[in-house]
Ligand binder design. Sequence first.
Ligand code: ATP
Ligand code: MG
Length: 550
Amino acid sequence: MDTEPRSNFLRTQIQSDLDAGIVDRVVTRFPPEPNGFLHIGHAKSITVNFGLAEQYGGVCNLRFDDTNPEKESQVFIDAIQADVKWLGYQWDGEVRYASSYFQQFYDWALHLIDEGKAYVCDLSADEARDYRGTLTSPGKNSPYRDRSIAENHALFAGMKAGEFADGSRVLRAKIDMASPNINLRDPTLYRIRSVVHHQTGDHWVIYPTYDFAHGQEDAIEGISHSICTLEFEDHKPLYDWFIDNLPVPSRPRQYEFARLNVNYTVTSKRKLKLLVDSRVVSGWDDPRMPTIAGMRRRGYTPAALRHFCEEIGTSRSDGVVDVAMLESAVRNDLNVTAPRAMAVLNPLKLQLTNLDAPEVLMVANHPADESQGKREVHLGPEVWIDRDDFRQEANKKFKRLVLGKRVRLRGGYVIEAEHCDVDANGEVTKVYASIVPQTLGEDPDDGVKAKGVIHWVDVITGVTAEVRSYDRLFNVEDPSKSESMDDVINPASLVVGEAIVEASLVLAAPEDRFQFEREGYYVADRFDHAPDQPVFNKVIGLRDTWSNND
Ligand code: ATP
Ligand code: MG
């Protein structure tokens, strides 16, 4: 279901750069910080960066922007690589790390010092904030701004050697404290932080800032188009200042697009981490999480995510996308690709009074795709049907089984309900029905048609499975507006129950997806499903039950 690329400003830009010979090859990168799992917003960024490279015959790098070691870890590095691959993309060459360029960044910092364009500043964080000024008033020069090149060299070397306490000094660029753009008011290049780094160990106790690292990483890797989100637009003059003032090997350019926001969810690693840490969810890959790993475990498909990201477009104006669009992309993909199977969630026993011997029916796996073949489905003297599919009496609108009326068992015979057992509470405990002869794949001879089709599972061969019914995690459109997440969690976002499933489902492999006829789409759980202990997650219902006009 991959979508035709639509024109957008990034495609226009790249095409014109290629046409004008400004670049001869498109090289993009996806640069996550490994401080959490990737979410749906990152999926957008991945499809943009890898997608553009693919479309224009270029390459895309996967680069960990690992300049903040405190919050980063190998667990996240591994998860991110798995997510990118699962989405269907392959980065160029080895995975890259900003940290492998730390020596180069250090040398470039020395270069700026030599040129009189960087200095060591001893202002405390609070003082530095006061000196920076505001959006409406200019900043003031730091009293340390005019240190000699030699003194800056010595102090910076001391910072690197671990001679000073964390936070006691920084290296700053010397640009313009009166610039209307606050990012140009002598931004920080290096901070002292004596923490162990997951890649470089204890080699460094000073770490570059995002601003000092990012553009230079791009230049080292020969990135032609450095695509980021709009919050970096104000940083672009600084990005360009470094490229102009350093002997970098190439000239990348930054382009910004609007972040993806989705209603009924949060797309901020910080907030997602809160959900994990407070155990509202079972982990970063909980099937209700908008993380790529969560959506994967929920049963969403890579094709559906790619399709969604293309459908919503790429622009420079902020907006909120309706989560129903994502859900509908999943539904549309699974409708075409998922084989059908039968599972009864709310079982009621039905006895077939005239079945002579058990039979094996051959049932199509997909109503519209013969290539998906057929499977064997056992039919014995007793079957489970859904309690909601039977009534002792009902009006004409009820297209299911009613005493004295007919219905077709999916893939099997037309049956007619004869009578039922009822317990002391008036609850039906068993239904008795007869098979109308010669109705396998045909209408009854007597012209009395079945009113509808219901799903069923054979009692003898059916298997009990755990069914985890998932729904949206939040019950308000903008959960981030709420003070406490607890107030806005949908209490029905996970309901664990049981179902009786047809025997063929025992053969399902983890992550196999199905449409349980008339119930919805389900996936065999990636981690917990096993043949002797089947576990299915609800991916999504057959219809949108959240929209008002439903
Ligand atoms: P978060 O705010 O969730 O922590 P981030 O931007 O800090 O996200 P990074 O790891 O720095 O996360 O992101 C890697 C890339 O993904 C960046 O280029 C960033 O612009 C992009 N990205 C992150 N969130 C979104 C989003 N919601 N929509 C589009 N792109 C995004
Ligand atoms: Mg970030």
